[in-house]
Design a binder for this molecule. Structure first.
Ligand code: PCA
Length: 216
């Protein structure tokens, strides 16, 4: 049995839901075969979110951590390749913090790569019929903060762990004016089950060698 911790974020930016937490809850309620899945909701707050992530890892002792966040405007589920050591907030977080060009971890490395097999994860979601792509930037807000902090926790405190970050699109109820793409959380959850199954059976150093390069 592979033990999985899946995290989603609380709503932020004045929204009433966050599809990352909706999808995380759905996966935990109906996990894929062979996996036990625990879900934890992280506050959308710099710093506090990292403490909540560390507490959830200690409590659930996972083999694999998948952290999710909302990326409004993206048309598919995006598997982040990298988290960078910078907080540069476009809007305040849920506690009113708005850091500009501060490190996530002072003195830490510039970046951490995902320790999930990102291309196998994308391929598995596509095979499940869910639009997916590799992303080379998680932005510079709280999601990147957690993508980087997860890499740092793995590098410094939980060396047996593998983990990575995935952004999910808006849910249909969040965009009703027809100008932006949306994906139901149930569809996202269906793709994430396939992603987790692939991640559990694919060692990170045996990821697929397939073209996913992008100009962004
Ligand atoms: N998305 C934000 C933070 C929380 C979330 O769900 C982001 O992309 O940084």
């Amino acid at each position: 049995m592979t033990r999985v911790l899946i995290t989603g974020f609380a709503p932020f930016g004045g929204e009433s839901v966050n599809p990352s937490w909706q999808a995380a809850s759905l996966v935990a309620a109906e996990p894929p075969a062979g996996l036990t899945v625990t879900a934890a909701e992280l506050p959308c707050v710099f710093g506090e979110s990292v403490e909540a992530l560390r507490d959830a890892i200690r409590a659930s002792e996972p083999d694999l951590v998948l952290s999710l966040g909302q990326a409004g405007g993206r048309p598919g589920v995006t598997v982040e390749r990298v988290g960078i050591n910078v907080d540069d907030a476009r809007i305040p977080d849920n506690a009113g913090n708005q850091p500009i060009d501060e490190p996530v971890v002072p003195g830490g490395p510039a970046a951490y790569f995902s320790t999930l097999p990102v291309k196998a994860c994308v391929a598995a979601m596509r095979e499940a019929g869910v639009p997916a792509a590799v992303s080379n930037t998680a932005g510079t807000f709280v999601c990147n903060h957690i993508a980087y902090a997860l890499g740092h926790l793995i590098a410094t405190e939980f060396p047996h762990l593998r983990g990575g970050f995935v952004h999910v699109p808006w849910a249909p109820g969040q965009v009703t004016d027809g100008t932006a793409p949306a994906l139901p959380p149930a569809t996202v959850a269906h793709g994430l089950r396939a992603l987790l199954t692939a991640a559990a059976r694919t060692p990170t150093d045996q990821d697929l060698k397939v073209t996913e390069g992008a100009t962004h």
